[in-house]
Design a protein around this ligand. Structure first.
Ligand code: NDP
Ligand code: BG6
Length: 487
C-alpha cells in the first residue's frame, strides 16, 4: 500500500499518480495494491478520485473505464500530519484498507510535503508504531523522503538521525529523480556491459569531463522554495553529484544497493575538498538578469514573482571538482547548472586527450574526440572523432556516430518516478541515496555555501536570460583547449 502524505499537492497529481497509472498499465503493480492519499484538505475519497481523474486526463491523456478501475484502488484520508491523534485514526483506516485490498500490512509511506514537515511525519509514524515491521507484524514498512534532504550538512545530519530513530536504513528511500532516468541508469550499462569503453574510462585517455543540466525555465512560481535554496542546493548537491558518481565510480562487484552505494561514496571521498579561500578559483555562481528566450523578452530573477528585489540567490552554479584517486588523478570534472539558459539540455561530455603526435600536415582544425551522453532531451549517446574528408588531400573533419533512444528502441521510456516507485515497492534501494552519501555531498559543498553566504561577498555575477551563464564561468578552465561544450 502506498500512503502519500501531501496528496493534495502538485507532485502527487503531476508525477506520482501518473507513474502509478503507467505501472498498472504495464501490469507491474501487484493485484493487491492500494494508494492512500493523506493531506489536511477536507475531501472525500470520491472528490480525491475526481481530482486524480483530471490529473490523469491532463498529464497522461487517459480516460474511460480503465481509469475508473484504477481509481477504485485510490482512497483519501484527511488529517493534519502535525496532530498526534490523527495517526491512531490513520492506522485504523489503513488496516481496514488492508482487509479490503489484501495488502497484508505492507506500507510505503511517501513524504510529499514541504521539507519542514518531513520530520513531524516521521516522528509521529514512530510514536504511533506505524513504522514497525517484523516482530509478529505482517508485511514490510518503508518510507520515501523527497528532496531536498536537508538545507546544509547540519540539517541533513539531524534529519538522518531522526529518521534512523524510527526507521532502519534499509527501510529508507531518499528520492533523487535523476537516478531514475533511463539515460542515467544506462551509464553503467554503457560502461560495464561493453568491454571497449571501460579501458578508455580513465586518466590515460580522458582530458576532462563536463556535466551540464541547463534549463530554459526560470524560477516559475517556486520562489518560496527556490530563493532560500539556489542552484547549488537545488541541483548540484543531489542530481549532478549523483551523476558524477555514476560516471566516476569503480565497477561495483554487483548491481545491488550495497555495492553501488559503496562505490559512489568512494567517489565523493576522493573529491579534493575546496576550502572557503579557494572557492573563487573552483566555483562560479550567477543570477539571470532580464533577457530573452525564444524571441520573447523575459524578466530577470529579481523581478520574478515573490523574489526579493535584493536577492543574492544563484540561479547558475558551476564547480570544478578534482578527484584524488588512481583512475581520475589530473582529470577535472566540471559540473554546471542554470536556469534561463538557451536550451534545455542535460548531458555529460567526456573529452578525450589529443593524439600524442600529429603526422598530418597543418591547416587542420583538429578537435579532440568527445563522448556525449545526452540525459535529456533527445536522449542518446554520440561519439565524435576526426575523419578524413574525401578528396586528394588529407584534410580532417569532425564526424559523429550517434545512438538515439527513440530511433533504436521506439516507444515510451518510463518516467523516473515510475522506476523509483516500483523499486521502492520491491524493496530495491540501488537507485536511492543513502545517509553517508547525503552527508558527504553536503560536507563537500559547505565551504562553497559559506563563501557565497559571507556578507563580504556582495557581488553575484549576472547573466542575460537566454545565455549560457556568467562570463566568469569560462574562467574555470585553465587550459586553452578546454571550453564549455554547448549540448
Ligand atoms: P506542495 O507545496 O504542493 O505541498 C504538498 C502538500 O503538502 C500540500 O498540498 C499541502 O496539503 C501539504 N502541506 C503543505 N504545508 C503543510 C504543512 N505545514 N503541514 C502539513 N502539510 C502541509 O508540494 P509538492 O507537491 O510540489 O512537492 C512535495 C515535495 O516534493 C516537496 O518536498 C518538494 O520539495 C518535492 N519535490 C517536488 C517536485 C515537484 O515537481 N512538485 C519536484 C521535486 C521535488 P494540505 O494543505 O492539503 O495538507
Ligand atoms: C528538481 C529541481 O529537483 O529538478 C528543479 O527542484 C528542476 O528546480 C528539476 O527544474 C529538473 O528536473 P528535470 O528532470 O526536468 O531535469
Amino acid at each position: 500500500m502506498l500512503v502519500i502524505f501531501g496528496a493534495s499537492g502538485d507532485l502527487t497529481r503531476r508525477k506520482l499518480v501518473p507513474a502509478i497509472w503507467h505501472l498498472q498499465q504495464q501490469g507491474r503493480l501487484p493485484e493487491q495494491f492500494a494508494l492512500v492519499g493523506v493531506a489536511r484538505s477536507e475531501m472525500s475519497t470520491d472528490e480525491f478520485r475526481q481530482r486524480m481523474r483530471e490529473a490523469l486526463d491532463e498529464f497522461v491523456g487517459a480516460s474511460g473505464e480503465e481509469v475508473d478501475r484504477f481509481l477504485a484502488r485510490i482512497n483519501y484520508v484527511s488529517g493534519d500530519p502535525g496532530d498526534a491523534e490523527f495517526y491512531g485514526r490513520l492506522g485504523q483506516q489503513l488496516q481496514q484498507l488492508d482487509d479490503a485490498f489484501g495488502t497484508a500490512g505492507n506500507r510505503c509511506f511517501y513524504c510529499s510535503v514541504p521539507p519542514q514537515v518531513y520530520l513531524t511525519i516521521i516522528e509521529q509514524i514512530g510514536i504511533a508504531g506505524l513504522n514497525q515491521e517484523g516482530q509478529g507484524k505482517p508485511g514490510w514498512v518503508r518510507i520515501i523522503v523527497e528532496k531536498p534532504f536537508g538545507h546544509d550538512l547540519d540539517t541533513a545530519r539531524a534529519l538522518n538521525q531522526s529518521i534512523h530513530a524510527v526507521f532502519a536504513e534499509h527501510q529508507i528511500f531518499r528520492i533523487d529523480h535523476y537516478l531514475g532516468k533511463e539515460t542515467v541508469q544506462n551509464i553503467l550499462v554503457f560502461r560495464l556491459a561493453n568491454s571497449m569503453f571501460e579501458p578508455l574510462w580513465n586518466r590515460r585517455y580522458v582530458d576532462h569531463v563536463q556535466i551540464t543540466a541547463a534549463e530554459t525555465v526560470g524560477v516559475e512560481h517556486r520562489a518560496g522554495y527556490y530563493d532560500s535554496s539556489g542552484a547549488l542546493r537545488d541541483m548540484i548537491q543531489n542530481h549532478l553529484l549523483q551523476v558524477m558518481c555514476v560516471v566516476a565510480m569503480e565497477p561495483p562487484s554487483a548491481f545491488d544497493a550495497e555495492s553501488v552505494r559503496l562505490e559512489k561514496l568512494k567517489v565523493l571521498k576522493a573529491v579534493r575538498p575546496i576550502s572557503v579561500g579557494q572557492v573563487d578559483r573552483f566555483a562560479v555562481r550567477g543570477q539571470y538578469a532580464a533577457g530573452d528566450y525564444d524571441g520573447t523578452a523575459v524578466q530577470g530573477y529579481r523581478q520574478e514573482e515573490d523574489v526579493p528585489a535584493n536577492s543574492r540567490t544563484e540561479t547558475f552554479a558551476a564547480i570544478e571538482f578534482t578527484l584524488d584517486n588512481w583512475r581520475w588523478q589530473g582529470v577535472p570534472f566540471y559540473v554546471r547548472t542554470g536556469k534561463r539558459m538557451p536550451h534545455r539540455a542535460s548531458a555529460i561530455t567526456m573529452q578525450f586527450k589529443q593524439a600524442p603526435h600529429l603526422i598530418f600536415a597543418g591547416g587542420n582544425d583538429l578537435r579532440p574526440s568527445t563522448l556525449t551522453i545526452r540525459i535529456q532531451p533527445d536522449e542518446g549517446i554520440a561519439l565524435s572523432f576526426s575523419g578524413k574528408i574525401p578528396g586528394p588531400d588529407v584534410n580532417l573533419g569532425t564526424v559523429e556516430m550517434d545512438f538515439n533512444y527513440q530511433d533504436a528502441f521506439g516507444g515510451r521510456s518510463p518516467e523516473a518516478y515510475e522506476t523509483l516507485l516500483l523499486d521502492c515497492l520491491l524493496g530495491d534501494g540501488t537507485l536511492f541515496a543513502d545517509s553517508g552519501w547525503i552527508e558527504k555531498s553536503w560536507e563537500l559543498l559547505m565551504p562553497v555555501l559559506e563563501a557565497w553566504n559571507a556578507t563580504s561577498a556582495t557581488r553575484v555575477p549576472t547573466y542575460r536570460a537566454g545565455t549560457w551563464g556568467p562570463r566568469e564561468a569560462d574562467d574555470l578552465f585553465d587550459r586553452d583547449w578546454r571550453a564549455w561544450a554547448c549540448p
